[in-house]
Design a protein around this ligand. Sequence first.
Ligand SMILES: *[C@@H]1O[C@H](CO)[C@@H](O)[C@H](O)[C@H]1NC(C)=O
Ligand SMILES: *[C@@H]1O[C@H](CO)[C@@H](O)[C@H](O)[C@H]1NC(C)=O
Ligand SMILES: *[C@@H]1O[C@H](CO)[C@@H](O)[C@H](O)[C@H]1NC(C)=O
Ligand SMILES: CC(=O)N[C@H]1CO[C@H](CO)[C@@H](O)[C@@H]1O
Length: 661
Amino acid sequence: MLFLGALLLSSCLQTVGAARHDEDLMSFVTLPEVRALKWEITHHDRERQAPGYWFVAPYGQISPETPTHKYQQYQVGPYIYDSDGVLIWAGPALFDNRNTFDFRANLNMDGEPRLSFIVAWDIENGADRGNGVILDNHYQVEREVLPLVDVHDFNMHEFNIMDGGKTVLACVYRPTEVSLEDFGRPNEKSWVVSGGFAEFDIETNELLTQWNSLDHLSLAESNMFHAWDGPQGAPGWDYVHANAVDKNEAGDYIISMRFTNTIYGVSGADGSVMWRLGGLESDFTEDFTFSKQHDVKFVSSNGTHHVISFLNNASDERGNDENLSSVLFVELDTVAMTAHVIQRINRPDGDLTRLRGSAETLPNGNIFIGWSERGYQSEHAPNGDLLMTARFASSRYSTYRAYKSEFVGRPLTPPDLVASVYGTSNSDMSTIMHVSWNGATDVAGWNFYAQVYDRGEPVFIGHANKTDFETLYIVDGYMDWITAEAVDRDGNSMMKSIVVRSEIPSNWHAAGFLGSTIPSPDDPSLVSSAYENSKSSSSQSATDSSADQVVEDNTDATDATDTTGSTDSTANSDGMAGMEMGDDSDSSLADAKEVAKAVSKAYEVIRGVGGLLLFILISCSVGGVLYAVYRVIRRRKTRSYQHVSSVEDLPTEQIHLRSQE
Ligand SMILES: *[C@@H]1O[C@H](CO)[C@@H](O)[C@H](O)[C@H]1NC(C)=O
Ligand SMILES: *[C@@H]1O[C@H](CO)[C@@H](O)[C@H](O)[C@H]1NC(C)=O
Ligand SMILES: *[C@@H]1O[C@H](CO)[C@@H](O)[C@H](O)[C@H]1NC(C)=O
Ligand SMILES: CC(=O)N[C@H]1CO[C@H](CO)[C@@H](O)[C@@H]1O
């Protein structure tokens, strides 16, 4: 009955809540500062989807906003969701709402799962130029990889940790003044932004390899900076726009340059360009075209033959070359110099990905694609069959890349628990508990406990399966000193919350309380056994139960404390053998009073179970007291929401140019 009540309550709240203007964001009682994005998901074939979580890093606009000092709830930054869009981890608090990019799980380092991402430079604190971050699976920062001293910031495009976890690849943008002799104008000079990559030692931050486009690629390869363009001041023309880099086992690199429509094979031995794929000077005979590509990766490579994957967005902010974007898997034969498409996966909605995006081959052969804008993403079987599409419910956000991976997250911080007590009369009190545990994977359910006193024995008052990031559980009675315990699939305890006091209305009567005496906490062992009793004797009318019967049943439930021998004879003679009285005998008189009060209340509570349902129904139909107080809790805990402006406000992907002004 209670469960039904809770169900009714929550559906009632959802209906009324739907009117909120920020419905596309999640909000939580336990983490009021977090406003995670909701998803719209279509499962085309669930069975064939790979196991794992989604890793995304939504941003509102790619360039950091000018600080306003307005309070903003956490919306942008790294987030983990499960494949139903249920939030697993909200990470923006780690870097205070700064944009993060290339957020992914790394299972390739040393057997321990890690997370990595790039934190964008901080516009407010110019000295903080951003960095690559590696977290352990307790969400603690383990390593930070800093940008090179002579570049503006840690470039947002790539943070590619190599197998074994010793080194990481990043893109490097560097403004340089050059002569325009590539354009036959040797006497003119212009600033250009070179594109390249750097490989760092993760442990020491030491720079191991650096490669700069100006040493290898002519200005004439650019489709952004042309022979007829005039010179520019610093930072200058972004002539190649490096946006992805990877390395194979042989130690050679591939780097993608968006503004030459070319993927380059770069020798690990001497940095020379071994081959070009695409663009004006392709070295391959190709059976396909591509342009404005992203996220180039080796899928396999044996020295002479490579399979690479990349996102052929075929469009950018200036226009499109094709009508839809796709992911291409291309086999390169560097002996015969042929390139052919072995698989093409078109964007499922037939649209274009103008900016950014990613493609990832999962361990089971499935392909997971981030199409970027509005978080649109899809999963495909190895043969290309569409298994899932999803996108953010909000159109105001995008994610640079999206990844899927298995991951085990074990936060060191305990679960967050909030409890509140409401009711219309002493016999009709309810305790509402919200619990969540940010970042914990594999939580199957929650056990709830209450205590009579701060040092009382925790008494089990209920269990709820975890079905969402935050779990709501309601018990009868005025419970206090509450704990929530996360349990795994096998019922093992994972971690307990700290003991929290229940919040009470500052003005009981204003919150709908009609009784004359202000309520005080119940003894949980009585109330929980009364609840058990009323549940187990469903054929018996609740009002038939007597307080004596409750106490008898209670003896079984709490015989563990029975054997400790209560010092309080009054309680024992009343049949209250199960009561945990605490070890402080000075307080025994007060304890006895509490017990007496609790006993008399137990009878009322049994009747109250039926009353609660009625109460909830009434609350629902007249939009009444409980919803009002619920709103009050949420109001108090979720502060007013502010829009982050959309990426659409920015005309071009010239973030690094802007950033160097
Ligand atoms: C690399 O793979 C290709 C195609 O699978 C094969 O023909 C070639 O012999 C391989 N080369 C080496 C060095 O293993
Ligand atoms: C795009 O679609 C339009 C209409 O469907 C068609 O006329 C046009 O040729 C297509 N363009 C390309 C590049 O495929
Ligand atoms: C809770 O989960 C268990 C195990 O999956 C299941 O057997 C049980 O029916 C669930 N209880 C509720 C109330 O959904
Ligand atoms: C399939 C494809 O990629 N088509 C276009 C890609 O972009 C190039 C260069 O802009 C076009 O020539 C292709 O037609």
